[in-house]
Design a protein around this ligand. Structure first.
Ligand code: MOS
Length: 743
């Protein structure tokens, strides 16, 4: 008999063999017949107008099919007023090729389409364009005093809560206090897979877009709105993705370009962005953060104030939750949080792994370290003295919170007790050694999702939901949930995703997929289970006669009474006896608001990091990281651990390497390539220990999962920055910590 308890185990990725065999098809790998290729032409200026595009010179080249720009793009339905993509911020979404105005450097201003990619690229290089240039501003420093408080913001944006207590007075009366400004550079997502769309022309204005996206339905809505297509004529597919990190949450201009060309040329078209163009599709905005903190004589926080300013584009007010977390991670009666945007001549920023939280966490957790030192306390002890048992932002208890256990287990594993508090007091291998820590909090969100489950007479189960798999393990965990619900081996279950022909699921982001789609998958399988139970009860001598669904369980290919395992039927026998070739059931799962409403739903984590610093060279080597995460129930130990490993790498990149540098003279990102935009490589990655602290939580959702994709990044960056201070005695407050900042 096969084992059919799958949840919480560590099975390999069910899609792994397809990936390593090259049988997983990515958006740029659908080789449909008669494919034409588009190459995007990007603006070399940051602000101004296009006077003329000398397109005819290029159209004349043999093999060039068309040059699209604002000069010849036909009337499009163009985002009727009601249109918003699922996480569009305030303002109006960027419309490629809509007008001669240039509002950011690298703005896509033309698409050259040709019979081959090489020809399209060559022709694009020959395209002459006349511009009228205007003065631009791309420097956030210049807009320090021009910040404004954004309006409603995108879905999920929460304006900071109003101040509580008397933060200024409490700060003035504090025993110890600190005040400091923190900053980090802009960062770009840089997944390995470039943004690519292959549009298959199916005749009569019908298309299938194989698009790199974290949300096929979000893209379908965009396309129907822009091009006036009917939904049934516009199928969007993404079954595999070479990394998303948030870059694929909103429709990108690559899909617009490819669909435009396909509809106009009545032909299949592929558009692939270059690595350089990947720096024109949104980024984590650079922030300036002011932190003020004060303590009482007993080391509790007397006052906490956190204000953040970040950049946005001229046309959208991109928002993210940066400072709110500071009002809930620690207990404090006197809190003031502020959040402002400043408009620059850049493209809109975009969600990037743990958006907002990752930025605000650096300010908060480095300031907490500074405060601990000012108060003469060990940084861990300081956090324990300020542990929040309640979310003071909303004045509600947490549905579950085992951050204290995270602190204890990670500290023990790391050996925090071997640390001496004094900076520059530890050495090894001729280097300064530093140990630092930081922790964080992230939302445990659930979104409405649908799924369909189908079981055939031979006991093979197929479950579908139009969610995404950007490498996180969606295929695997959904297969585990479905298989366990109906008592099947993993091999008997196929989970299908990433297609607008499937039941609708939200964009894959916010770490909500496991909770949202997982619940829908479970519900669909339970609905199917109820149908199977009815069939099993048909025979007069059924051992399950009179049993309700709650009285039975599906285990090891059988359906049996929970309280009497001998009263059982074999699932396959039931299906075959029914005479049906297949049974199916649908579900649409929504959060249980009545159950959730009285609580604050969050995941938590802590990271401990050790660094070695070469004092002569300023080089920093992270030697160890221990990360502990409390995120409810872990569905798959292996894929969840991989998520946290990836998060630690992200945190390390933010601390020591990642920064997109703007040349303000040109208003252009100058290190827009892998040679000069530094991300960690294997040699930079230390030994990483991951600990999951289990939380029982049936309030967040029936599965008890909180999501694992983003919380693991929090704390890591600050832990490394704090370790660098501990090693060197130098407090670097602007990230990344490059070696020259230590010399
Ligand atoms: Mo994540 S930034 O919600 O893909």
């Amino acid at each position: 008999m096969t084992q059919t308890n799958h949840i919480g185990k560590a099975p390999n990725r069910v899609d792994g063999p397809l990936k390593v065999a090259g049988a997983a098809h990515y958006s740029g790998e659908f080789n449909v017949p008669d494919l034409a290729y588009g190459y995007v032409v990007s603006s070399p200026i940051a602000k101004g107008k296009i006077l003329k595009i000398h397109a005819d010179e290029v159209r004349a080249l043999p093999g060039v099919l068309e040059v699209f720009s604002h000069e010849n793009v036909p009337h499009l339905a163009w985002l009727d007023k009601s249109y918003k993509d699922q996480i569009a911020p305030g303002g109006s979404p960027f419309r490629p090729l809509h007008a001669p105005d240039i509002t950011f450097n690298q703005q896509p201003i033309a698409l050259v389409v040709a019979d081959t990619f090489e020809l399209a690229r060559y022709a694009a290089a020959l395209l002459r364009i006349d511009y009228e240039q205007e003065a631009h501003e791309t420097n956030l420093e210049a807009k320090r005093t021009e910040g404004f408080v954004p309006g409603k913001g995108k879905a999920g944006f929460q304006p900071p809560p109003p101040p509580r207590g008397n933060p200024d007075k409490a700060l003035a009366n504090a025993t110890h206090s600190i005040e400091a400004e923190y900053a980090h550079g802009a960062q770009h997502h840089n997944p390995m897979e470039l943004f690519t769309t292959t549009v298959e022309w199916r005749g009569d204005g019908k298309i299938t877009a194989y698009d790199k996206t974290q949300g096929v339905f979000n893209v379908q809505n965009y396309l129907t709105s822009v091009f006036g297509l009917k939904k049934e004529d516009c199928r969007v597919v993404n079954q595999f993705m070479g990394g998303g990190f948030g870059a694929g949450l909103r429709p990108q201009y690559s899909v617009f370009m490819a669909v435009l060309a396909s509809l106009e040329l009545k032909r299949s078209v592929r558009v692939t962005l270059t690595r350089q163009q990947m720096f024109s599709i949104g980024h984590r905005p650079n922030t300036l953060q002011l932190l003020k903190m004060g303590t009482n004589p007993d080391g509790t926080l007397a006052s906490l104030q956190h204000h953040a300013l970040h950049e946005t584009s001229q046309f959208e007010d991109y928002t993210e939750n940066i400072v709110n977390w500071s009002g809930m991670l620690y207990q404090c009666e006197n809190v003031k949080l502020g959040y402002e945007l400043a408009k620059l001549d850049i493209y809109s920023p975009q969600d990037m792994r743990a958006p907002g939280a990752a930025s605000g966490n650096v300010g908060l957790e480095v300031a907490m370290d500074e405060m601990a030192y000012a108060a003469g306390l060990d940084p861990l002890e300081f956090r324990l003295r300020n542990y929040a048992d309640r979310d003071q932002n909303v004045d509600k208890p947490f549905s579950s919170k085992k951050l204290r256990e995270c602190y204890q287990q990670a500290a023990a594993k790391f050996g925090w007790e071997t640390r001496s508090q004094e900076p520059r007091s530890m050495r090894a291998n001729g280097k300064l050694v530093g140990m630092g820590m930081g922790g964080g909090v992230w939302d445990a969100a659930q979104k409405k999702s649908a799924a369909k489950a189908i079981i055939s007479a031979d006991g093979k189960l197929t479950v579908r939901s139009g969610t995404g798999e950007n490498g996180t393990g969606t295929y695997t965990i959904m297969t585990q949930i479905a298989a366990e619900t109906l008592g099947l081996p993993l091999e008997a279950v196929t989970f299908e995703l990433g297609d607008t022909d499937q039941p609708e699921a939200p964009i894959q982001g916010g770490s909500w997929t496991a909770a949202s789609v997982g619940t829908a998958v479970k519900d669909a399988c339970d609905a199917l289970g109820e149908k199977i139970l009815k069939l099993a009860q048909k025979p007069a001598d059924s051992p399950l006669k009179g049993a309700k669904y709650d009285d039975v369980e599906f285990v090891n290919g059988q359906l049996r009474l929970r309280l009497d395992h001998d009263q059982a039927v074999v699932l396959r026998d039931v299906l075959q006896a029914s005479g049906e070739t297949q049974l199916e059931a649908d579900s649409s799962a929504q959060p249980n608001m009545a159950k959730q409403q009285p609580y604050s739903l969050h995941s938590h984590n802590v990271a401990f990091a050790e660094v070695e610093v070469d004092e002569d060279l300023g080089t920093i080597k992270v030697t160890r990281v221990v990360s502990a995460v409390a995120a409810g129930r872990i569905l798959n130990q292996k894929t969840a651990r991989s998520q946290v490993l990836g998060s630690v790498v992200w945190g390390l990149g933010m601390a020591l390497m990642e920064e997109t540098i703007m040349d303000h003279k040109f208003g252009r990102y100058v290190n827009h390539n892998f040679a000069e935009y530094h991300i960690p490589v294997n040699a930079d990655i230390p030994h990483i220990d991951v600990i999951f602290v289990h939380e029982d939580d049936d309030i967040v959702n029936p599965l008890g999962v909180k999501g694992i994709g983003e919380v693991g990044m929090l704390g890591v960056t600050a832990a490394i920055a704090n370790a660098v201070f501990h090693a060197t005695g130098k407090r670097v407050r602007d990230l990344p910590i490059l070696l020259d900042k230590l010399l």
